[in-house]
Design a protein around this ligand. Structure first.
Ligand code: PLP
Length: 397
């Protein structure tokens, strides 16, 4: 049997590397291998490449080179921002309930406050205001959470449902109610869709991850506003001006800069093209199938996001069938003791359990083509029909 057409609709999980980024990194995996922290000519060459990459990244996000800290991944950038602030300043952290676990788990682990979100996944500004205004010192002394709020973390774009957070409103609220707190944003899912230079003026810390915008896995960026200080997570050689020790991944960082520059330059045209593909995909499915619900309306989310709930389907079964047809997508449900639990993101939004069971995240990106959408539109309706028929048959017997 012929292999099914490979159709990658999982760009929120990771993106294919841009060929230009692969090309850019290769010399640093071979002849230009030196450690940029040394003093000889080979090291100076690597150092120059590192400095150039830092300039490019800074330019793309409207910052200065000295404000960029390269990390080992987006998770590390998020952890550094929150743990790093708490260790330096004490107090506690606040975040919305639908953050990525790289933020949510840190906030929970340190006894911070988790606030609600609305039906489209945007942070509930009233709940946020309450958490900022009435911190209520924790007196048991063992779980953190005492004193003042020192860091607020709100993601720019949600990784599961694609919701864009109202960062300007969040920023204004935090500045007004908690002027001493730093505002961190996990912008890992934003780089392809939002001009990051419009976000940096609103926040103090921002995390990025190269593999979400056509760069390599294993490179993160933490942007730090001048005057904001964190306690570093890693102690060692004092690289990155003592903010992140560890020998630089020069090849990865050079490729990151190349990928980010291309993403930045092509963002507007990519969004127009990808939004049209996404709309054709979702409209096409809804025209062929009843009971397909878009979790978040298009006005509130990024162009590449098509998070859909298929009524009467189990997402695990649907993902299996999609995979058999060469279509890569994902769901964020965790199977706990045999019972499918809706993801924390859908649960926080109050998506009914019956819908959440059939939730699938399709995410489009720069490599998505019309042929991908044609294949998905041809393959998916019959899968959904078969799953629903099987379920009705099982219920009847
Ligand atoms: N934050 C968000 C919103 C993400 O989507 C991801 C990755 O899925 C991360 C953080 C973690 O990034 P990394 O995979 O580079 O650790």
């Amino acid at each position: 049997m012929a292999e099914p057409r490979f159709t990658y609709l999982d760009h929120a999980a990771t993106t294919p590397m841009r060929p230009e980024a692969v090309e850019a990194m290769l010399p640093f995996l071979s002849e230009r291998f030196a450690n940029p922290s040394g003093s000889h000519r080979a090291s100076r060459d690597a150092r120059r490449a590192l400095d150039e990459a830092r300039d490019v990244v800074a330019d793309c996000i409207g910052a200065k080179a000295g404000e960029i800290v390269f990390t080992g991944c987006g998770t590390e950038a998020d952890n550094s921002a929150i743990y790093g602030t708490l260790r330096r300043s004490g107090g506690f952290a606040v975040c919305p309930a639908n953050e990525h676990h790289a933020v949510l788990h840190v906030v929970e682990h340190t006894g911070g406050r988790v606030v609600g979100v609305d039906a489209v996944g945007r942070v509930d500004l009233d709940s946020l205001a309450q958490a900022l205004e009435a911190p209520g010192a924790d007196t048991d002394g063992d779980s953190g959470g005492g004193g003042q709020v020192s860091v607020v973390s709100v993601m720019a774009v949600n990784n599961e449902i694609g919701t864009i957070q109202p960062m300007a409103e969040v920023s204004a609220l935090v500045r007004r109610l908690a002027p001493n707190a730093v505002l961190h944003t996990d912008a890992v899912q934003a780089a392809c869709w939002l001009d990051l230079a419009t976000i940096t003026p609103l926040v103090d810390l921002m995390a990025l991850s190269a593999h979400k915008f056509g760069g390599p896995k294993g490179v993160g960026v933490l942007w730090m506003r001048p005057g904001v200080y964190i306690e570093p997570l890693l102690q060692g050689g004092g690289q990155e001006r003592d903010r992140r020790s560890g020998t630089h991944n020069v090849a990865g960082i050079v490729a990151t800069a190349t990928a980010l520059a291309l993403t930045h330059a092509e963002r507007a045209s990519a969004i127009t093209r990808i939004a049209a593909l996404r709309d054709r995909f979702v409209d096409g499915l809804q025209a062929q199938l009843r009971g397909v619900r878009e979790t978040v309306d298009r006005e509130h989310k990024i162009a590449g996001s098509a998070h859909l709930c298929f009524e009467g389907c189990e997402n695990e079964e649907l993902l299996f069938m999609l995979d058999e047809q060469g279509i890569c997508a994902s769901a964020a449900s965790a199977c706990a003791s045999g019972a499918m639990e809706p993801s924390h993101v859908l649960a926080a939004m109050g998506v009914p359990r019956a819908w959440a069971r059939g939730a699938v995240r399709f995410s489009l990106g720069t490599t998505t083509t019309d042929a991908d959408i044609d294949h998905a539109l041809t393959a998916i309706p019959s899968m959904v029909d078969r799953l629903r028929a099987g379920r009705q048959g099982a219920m009847a017997s």
